[in-house]
Design a binder for this molecule. Structure first.
Ligand code: GRF
Length: 191
């Protein structure tokens, strides 16, 4: 599931193409019809669905529609790659301990409401941190609070701007997401 640019989606799908990940990208759900993620999924012919408050104004119906799509495509693990909406109860129940998310900081630092995108890196620099990083975690009812599965630190340089820091962290995101999914598939990380 992805809302935006889709660079993590690309990294994961590329790893399935090279054989680094023995997994199949079954389906993409996006809440933005023209997101980079949707455009990429169409290009590489991954089944993709635009589902949002616009297509399903009732949140319960939206949640059910997303859950049904996951079942119809035999999804084992739901990977959130920059999905900006809260996950509904139905999907959480159906995929309990099988929904993972990536966050561009060392959680629990710089997580929670409002801590997304460039805001995370702005806050890290404003706090004078010398290191930040990437966290992969299970998704539960609260933002950024599920069990942590993997973390990797990234140095903060004295001359970093939020943008330069974001670029360095993103490169680590791509590697850590693929490595973590691989470890889940191979049973080295238990969900
Ligand atoms: C990443 O920074 C990820 O950590 C956060 O959203 C961003 C998504 O970027 N959850 P992209 O769409 O994968 O390029």
């Amino acid at each position: 599931m992805a809302s935006g640019r889709g660079s993590n989606l690309r990294a994961i799908v590329s790893a399935t193409n090279t054989g680094e990940l023995s997994a199949v990208p079954a389906v993409l759900v996006s809440d933005h019809s023209s997101s980079g993620a949707m455009t990429y999924a169409r290009q590489v012919q991954i089944p993709c669905f635009y589902l949002s408050q616009k297509t399903h104004p009732d949140p319960v119906e939206l949640d059910s529609a997303i859950t049904n799509i996951m079942h119809e495509h035999d999804v084992d693990i739901v990977v959130l790659a920059g999905y900006m909406k809260k996950i509904g109860h139905h999907l959480l129940e159906a995929f309990r301990h099988r929904i993972i998310n990536i966050h561009p900081s060392l959680l629990p630092k710089f997580g929670g409401k409002g801590m997304y995108g460039i805001h995370v890196h702005e806050a890290v620099i404003a706090a004078g941190e010398k290191e930040t990083g990437v966290t992969i975690h299970l998704v539960d009812e609260e933002y950024d609070e599920g069990r942590i599965l993997a973390q990797q630190s990234v140095p903060v340089m004295d001359n970093d701007t939020p943008d330069t820091l974001a670029t360095r962290v993103l490169a680590t995101e791509h590697m850590l997401y693929v490595d973590t999914i691989k470890a889940i598939i191979e049973g080295r990380i238990e969900l």
